[in-house]
Design a protein around this ligand. Sequence first.
Ligand code: F6P
Length: 359
Amino acid sequence: MNTIKRIGVLTSGGDCAGLNAVISSVVLAASKKGWEVYGIHNGTDGITEKPHSYEILTVHNFSDSPWPRLSGSYLGSLNKGVKMESLEEMSAKFAVGVKELGLDAVVVIGGDGSMNIVSNYCKGSMVKMIGIPKTIDNDTPITEDSVGFQTAVQVCTSAIDSLEFTARSHNRALIMEVMGRDAGHLAISSALAGQADVCLVPEIPYTIEGVINRLKEIKASGRNHAVIVVSEGIRTADGNHLSDKKNMVGESVYGGIGQYLCDEISKRYKEFQIRTTTLGHIQRSGTPSAFDRMLGAMFGAKAVNLLASGEDCKMVIWKDGRVDSVPLAEVSKVGTKLLDINSDIVKSARSLGMYIGEI
Ligand code: F6P
């Protein structure tokens, strides 16, 4: 018999479009089952910190408000992980907080970093948990799509479209640096959609000569402008990252590679003026796409149904047009989902003449 009476829901890691659609779905589905829902503020901090920070969420918070349609996180999020304490200490604190709040289960909406942490919390405590993947990087393994990715692709594609007009007016090659950490999904998807001329991703080595050769080809074809998309996680030509800065969970902190490329290309090739745009956190916002809202709604409902049927320590996934679930332990075992260099998207980009590196 299912004994759930009260669950918590929280958002963890960098925000993205569609989070509120997920929260709304969890609240609506849980309310249908007669469960109480605590919306936990600021990621796991709302549970581990004292006083605990949360609010009781009812259908009125979402069915009669614009929130499910908006970006950001209604609950607030946290992109710094386990702070300075060890995973064991945090796991213990989390279990105590869950008990004090009287939660029978927690739904964690997070990226791959959050899923690793949650997977450890599952092991270290008796807390029932279900993960829902969200990230603009789309690097959470096993699931084909995470909430927020498709909207970010749309934002980046619109930015390429905007850059194309001004590049055309000024005889320029414009570089656009996008996020994505060590995965090139966001870069290649938007570069293909926006018909960029060059797309550099962390998974494929490139040379400055390769980029310049593509620019020369464009010039020779009579076109006077170009757009270059670069993923923040690519290395410099000598194979190093621009900086070895890490965040508090040991993930690399990127930024600035677009300007590096701009300088390197400008030194050796003068036919186009080169400029750089770093899209930054704009990629984490925008009007959530219909797909992200639909995915969020399905993921939220699935998470509640899993808990209702006694399941635990699972992450919901999107695969072959269906929602399913896998054990959280499997997710952390697989690790970050990188771009498959033999995938159709990479092959398509090459077939269209895009320079995407040397493999
Ligand atoms: O993981 C999501 C993400 O947006 C990455 O693409 C990016 O590198 C990072 O978060 C930025 O983190 P912050 O918001 O802490 O600057």
